[in-house]
Design a protein around this ligand. Sequence first.
Ligand code: ADP
Length: 483
Amino acid sequence: MLTTYMSVTLGMLLLSGVIAGTLMSGFVMREEKQNIANEIGIVTELYFNTTSSVAGENAALLELNTIARHYDGLIQIVSVDGAMAQYASGSKWNEVMNVRYTQEEISRMLIAVSDLDASSVRFAQEKGAFQMLIGTKPVIQDGVATHVVRFYVDTTQARGAVGMVYAEVVLVSLIAVLISVIAVYYTTARLTRPFMEINEIVQKYAKGDYNIRIPISSVEESTQLALSFNNMADQLKDLEATRRSFVANVSHELRSPLTSMKGFLEAMQDGTIGPDEYEKYIGIVLSETKRMAVMVNDLLDLARIESGKTALKLEIFDINELIRRTLITFEARIYEHHMEVDVKFAQEQYYVEADSAQISQVLRNIIDNAIKYSPDDSKLRIATYAMKREIYVSIQDSGQGIPEADIPHVFDRFYKVEKAHTPSTQSGTGLGLSIVKRIIDQHNQTITLKSTKGKGSTFTFTLKRAPVPKRAPAADGGKKNGT
Ligand code: ADP
């Protein structure tokens, strides 16, 4: 850009300089010639028409001298026989003055001018010790050419003036070029800076360093680009952080059970654990294997939901019925822990529009946690009710509860409240609730958690209410409030 601007500016300035100089020099020379032509006329008039009195003659001669001095020139009045009267501005004309014209030269001057109108002036330009312009005019008296008046003018000064104009044009051009170069440099630098910066920063991103941002300086067009760019970098950074922590978590979660299983199996192989203890340790290894299988399944579920590959299979179904069926699958564990289950449906049937397989998983994960994190003989309350266009499902336990500080994080992947001390039978994968959250998000619904440490937790989620299907099974009255 800089080179283009500079060449164009320089080219234009030089062109205009040359044009201005040529015009100027043409103008100066034309002026000079015009002056000479005028003065030759005056000289002829003075010399040939005012010689009647001595005083007049003297005055005329004085005038001729004045004219010669004024133009720094030489006036010659050459008679056809070769006699000359000369008036010069100074000694520099001596050389010219000493030259005598031959008869031939005078004839040539007269012949040359006789073709012309008698009053016209012919010009010759001569280069000697200095540059001069010579005007020649024949004097014709009574139809006969008697004299030739020649006016030599030193044009060195006039040419010098033109040269100075040239020099000035060049100087001004150089200054203009310098100023435009500076201006163009700053403009192009300002225009290209954001792109150079983005370029440098992108190269850093490519190396995995997402911390640098483009400094946002002013309200240029590039600011918008910089803003979008920084925004993109923030998202990339978050994504990268999530990916790293996810990989770290998965590796950790898989490594610990694998290490302990490997340890037990090696100890069994080398005899550290005797055959009488095999049963106990095989039990541990089996439960670890199951836990890993659960985790891998959870991870696969999560990956499927997050990749968006599982399009929701929306259907209209009775959520109360789904809750009943789900609770049946937990019957054995509920009995085992002597839990008291209380189910309250505000209305016998609540039709919702959702993916029933996925909502079933939501129920299973929440109920599983409620049983897992509650002591024996505790209570589990499940309720459904309608509000506006939503159906609310709330699952409340009277278990250990979740500390306030952990509440915002329980839906995060791999987040566990009891970090290392959780007994292995109870410890989960930390993925259950994040799957729940992703499913509810996919349905564009909400899930909330209220919990008090030591008292219990309540998970409440919403579902989109649907109209009762035309061929809905008739409500069978007596089943309210129970499983
Ligand atoms: P996990 O597989 O460990 O249960 P979740 O994502 O289901 O993972 O839950 C995350 C954490 O939230 C659990 O580790 C547990 O500490 C806590 N939590 C979840 N549900 C309950 C609950 N009903 N009562 C107490 N704590 C709970």
